[in-house]
Design a protein around this ligand. Sequence first.
Ligand code: CUO
Length: 673
Amino acid sequence: MDSEQKQVLDMLQRPFRLPTQRESHPIVFEVGTRVGGSERPPQRLTRARSIPRGTVFSIFVKSHRLAAKELCDYFMEASSVQELRQRVEEVRGLVNEKLFIFALSFVIVRKPEMRHLRLPSIVEIFPCMFVPVTTVSEMEQEARKSTPDQEIVVTEYGPEFSSTHLKPEHRVAYWREDYGINSHHWHWHLVYPVDLGVMRDRKGELFFYMHQQMLARYDMDRLSVGLNRVQKLSNWRIPIPDGYFPKLTINNAGQTWGSRQDNSLVQDYRREDFGLLPFDVSELEQWHSRIMDAIHQGYLVDHDGNQTRLTDNVKPPEKRGIDLLGDTVEADSSISLNSLFYGDLHNMGHVVISAIHDPDYAHRENLGVMSDTATAMRDPVFYRWHKYIDDIFQEYKVIQPPYTTEELSLSSVEVVSVAVESQGQKNQLITGWSTRDFEASRGLDFNADKPVMVRLTHLNHHPFVYSIKLQAANSGSLPKEVTVRIFMAPKLNERGVEMSFMEQRLLWAEMDRFTHDLKPGLNHILRSSTSSSITNSNEFTFRDLEERPNPDNPGAPENTLFNFCGCGWPQHMLLPRGKQEGMPFELFVMVTDWNQDKVAQPDGACSCSAAASFCGILDALYPDARPMGFPFDRRPMPMLLNRPVGRASDLTRLSNIAMQDITITFTNAQITQ
Ligand code: CUO
């Protein structure tokens, strides 16, 4: 019998295919009373079956989330991979393909008995969400043309992306349309879903933090290509200047996503194809204003009129204000304190924006890419929308009391020096282009009996090493272990001027966070960029997973490479592009006492802890007690050690903080991996 991993890969392959003769008459698995009388299991899936195949499935739409819950619950009842397979074959062909893959992936990630199984890249499952329709048809032609002895057909999709340099926003298309950040976003929302009954530790806070960090990273690349930082979409009554034409398809029959003309105006939602009631833009404004009231009054009000105060200075298990606000804004109706009153702001924003070109379905056009977590980040408006959402959180963060000297300092440790080293160069990092091959024929049927590959171009950098020297006191109360926190931000703003603390505050991108066993005296830490706590070092293909040794024995030593669950920022996007003439950045390194940062974890926490900064740890608490974004999540104290604090560098008056100027140079050349 095939390994369990192989069975899962078979289930995920070619989601648009219809069940074969054998699959359409599956052996009916006896699930007894759970399915409700004599009803065959698929019959009970009324919500899940209501979303037509070949159309948009959007977790931002409430009715689709309920459909996903129904199908996820049905798959979760399976007690083995074999039973899951039977259920999968029963519903294949009956439910929307994106919903099907979402629910199947959800179960594989969440079911404790299936933790040893890994998901292949979403790029291979749905190539049409990552590769333009013209490239897909080129691949079809190539597959047909090639002679039988040619083993593999490879089609390049170079850095043309979806528009031209006539539009300034096109300069960052390489970033927005990168396969890795889009698959990261899909995966993140899979492991932190809304309305699926998933109660993960600090979910609301991580929604705020992960998206804030994506904005910081986007802005770093905008500055790299000479664009200003992204502007929040705060006025709904004026047109959105930048349109977006994705050139991607929703299904294998060439149905395209909706596109947005330049200068489109957001309209009241009147479509009837998603089971949503008519919805006015003014409702978004009303929810926004209620949330702002809560922030300024200092409390949220629940359904019974009880007040819950909003403050970040709490002791667990009391939730931080930012966590409560994240739950309220995102919004999960079972976690939000009062979803009727504070609404569904973030999700409905995605929906209204993605319906902007056909708000009443008069043209029978599909929603735009903003409706899907695997495609939303391609569209420039995504960042304007999320900047608006982040602005709510920042409104709250700036009224939190600044961190005190005591909270920031660790006087027994001095950061003596910080440097990055790459290819024999000190503090000089290099970026360029690389390619990555994906087997598109795993997701789409090209009518070819050989693999059909697509070669995607992406930004990349030469790996580097942080070299950090710490001097620890020889006596006194020395911490046994410390947390090392590394951030990076551009040194100069759009005008080429050094930034104040407050101006630079939201540009600090977390690069790494790890613990180090401290010994008295000098400690020299060498840490590789590939070990970063935000990144996922590899994105598995179907082939990687098929060739995985010992797939059903996760403990086998040769399986260490597979010891993470797939969530994480892509390694190739760890650095911003930088400029061809070199762009100055600043590294910020802070050392704190692990004793104060650590969180007592429950027994048996999952080993999937790579990329914990953005993804947390499955079945465990978020592994850092400090507020996410610490120490840049709050405004600074006015004075530190008797002198004013104007810039981030003023924090280096504390011995446990150091900064270093570095340069990132974009070569526009090939970087071989
Ligand atoms: Cu990730 Cu709006 O939450 O897309």
